[in-house]
Write a protein that binds this ligand. Structure first.
Ligand SMILES: [Zn+2]
Length: 365
């Protein structure tokens, strides 16, 4: 049955199933835990199970109510996306609509007072189409401080037919008063074995690629589902070339060294200004891998598992000192990026520094 299709977080799933089976669903719930582990998915499942025509302790995902529920969630999110585009503050919240099921999201940086005011208004009215209402409040930590008391009043005297499911990654970012009104269901990163199983079922990747995808996803089902191998490899390639250039066996003298591969790869990295953070993340993951390989000698915790032989070769040349220098260089590149410095991020200079350090090291030996 559909609850069985939920991946990972068996304790959270069991709590939710128990609520549905016993018919005792609290007026306010708080689903907390890392991004991409299924908090909203399980919230939507719970909502459907509360209205499914087939009844029982599950939902069918096929009856008219289950399908209607999906439509409501979708329409609500389209409405939010449309409103976000509106520049004028007053018009942005004009005529807010609330379906019986809805995912509330921040319209600006915040979930606005008007959103909560309207929500409260609707929550006490009889549901339009379903026997129950479920409002999922996503990124609940963004509720504007002026709206917190309004929401608190609803949570204190919950309307009989409405359930609120607050969703956030860190429950301690919520006001204690809000947190204490909710039954908290904590979520954890999903076990690697469950993610491996999911990816293997999709049958689009080789065994090593499946492991790579699972490691990159690091506990997030959403990341695993959306993993794009070609895009990942494309983003990683300049890093591999950069490491290859930096961690090559030392030439006899620096006079004869060919710096072109280093400069080319540094340029390629600096040119990826779109979503540079994702590019930098890959750089950091490679450095973590080098450290694991160097210190533990195994690939047990390595992300870039498809690169293991090369990682081992690079780690042997770089040693701890080389890896630490690269880490400091990446931190510097990150700071430059944040300050929007439009330059090569100092990666060529970094490569030269690492080479000089390795040379000094080999002379000292
Ligand atoms: Zn159904």
């Amino acid at each position: 049955m559909p609850f069985d299709s939920f991946i990972g977080n068996p304790e959270a799933l069991a709590s939710v199933r128990e609520m549905v089976a016993s018919g005792r669903v609290p007026g306010s719930l708080l689903f907390s835990g890392p991004d991409g582990v299924g908090k909203k998915t399980l919230a939507r499942m719970l909502a459907k199970a509360l209205v499914c025509e087939r009844g029982g302790a599950d939902f069918c995902d096929a009856c008219s109510r289950c399908r209607k529920a999906d439509e409501m969630f979708r329409a609500g999110q389209e409405d939010v996306a449309r409103r976000r585009e509106i520049k004028e503050a007053a018009r942005r919240v004009e005529g807010l609509v609330y379906f019986d099921f809805q995912i509330l999201e921040p319209l600006t940086r915040f979930i606005l007072t008007e959103q909560i005011r309207q929500l409260r208004h609707v929550a006490y009215a009889r549901p339009f189409e379903f026997p129950r209402r479920v409002f999922i409040i996503d990124e609940a930590q963004t509720i504007h401080w002026q709206a917190v008391d309004l929401l608190l009043k609803v949570l204190e005297e919950p309307p009989e037919t409405t359930s609120f499911i607050l969703v956030c990654s860190n429950p301690y970012e919520l006001r204690p008063t809000i947190r204490s009104r909710c039954l908290q269901i904590p979520f954890q990163p999903v076990d690697e074995s469950a993610i491996l199983e999911l990816l293997a079922k999709q049958q689009r990747l080789s065994k090593t690629q499946v492991l790579l995808a699972a490691r990159v996803a690091s506990g997030s089902v959403a990341k695993a589902r959306s993993f794009d191998l070609a895009a990942y490899e494309q983003r990683r390639q300049p890093w591999l070339e950069f490491l290859e250039a930096v961690a090559r066996p030392l030439p006899a003298s620096s006079a004869g060294a060919d710096w072109r591969p280093l400069f080319d790869s540094a340029k390629a990295l600096a040119e990826r200004r779109d979503d540079f953070e994702a590019t930098l993340d890959i750089g950091y993951s490679l450095l973590r891998d080098l450290l694991h390989v160097l210190l533990q000698g195994t690939g047990a915790e390595v992300t870039n598992v498809d690169m293991l032989p090369r990682l081992k070769a690079w780690a042997a040349v770089l040693g701890l000192q080389g890896i630490e220098l690269l880490k400091a260089g990446l931190d510097q590149a990150y700071r430059l990026q944040i300050r929007n410095v439009n330059q090569q991020l100092g990666l060529e200079a970094l490569g030269l520094d690492v080479e000089a350090a390795l040379r000094r090291q080999s002379v000292a030996k």
